[in-house]
Ligand binder design. Structure first.
Ligand code: C2G
Length: 138
């Protein structure tokens, strides 16, 4: 069984996230998502989520490509996660290209996938705060 892991905040889950998770799962048989906790987001990533960790976790667990969701609490946990979960492949969007190549030294394949360019959580939040939600839904 080929085991894949990816990391992220996944707040205001959107089709760009889903496209990443789908492609990540296609690289193996079992996909783990290390989901940034609320504390990690605010302290380390300066991100303030709309949905709480538990709400974001339940959304991810409902996605057919996701097999397990674990907390991401530090930048450093990737090496220990790779060993603890017997990870074969690490996957993340190419906005992080090169940042996690050190995992290759742990025998982990590192894959940077292209981001979905036209969508972002920031863009969604701004659109609604400007009262310019896409309006596709009546
Ligand atoms: N993503 C994507 N296309 C988008 C937006 C996001 O492919 N339009 C991908 C990102 O590249 C990432 C994943 O979806 O692989 C989750 O995105 P974020 O929640 O923004 O994750 P990030 O804040 O980059 O956290 O330790 C690593 C970090 O936790 C990554």
């Amino acid at each position: 069984m080929k085991r894949v892991i990816t990391y992220g905040t996944f707040d205001l889950l959107h089709y760009g996230h889903i496209a990443l998770l789908k492609r990540a799962k296609e690289l193996g048989d079992y996909l783990i998502v290390a989901l940034s906790t609320d504390e990690f987001n605010s302290v380390e990533k300066n991100k303030h989520c709309y949905f709480s960790y538990e709400q974001r976790k339940s959304l991810l667990e409902a996605i057919r490509y996701v097999d397990l969701v674990i907390p991401e609490e530090s930048w450093e946990q990737k090496v220990s996660d790779a060993h603890e979960y017997h990870i074969d492949t690490f996957v993340i969007g190419d906005d992080w290209k090169g940042k996690f190549d050190f995992l290759k030294d742990e025998g982990v394949e590192v894959v940077y996938l292209s981001r979905t360019p036209e969508i972002s959580s920031t863009q969604i939040k701004k659109a609604f705060s400007d009262g310019k939600g896409k309006g596709n839904c009546s």
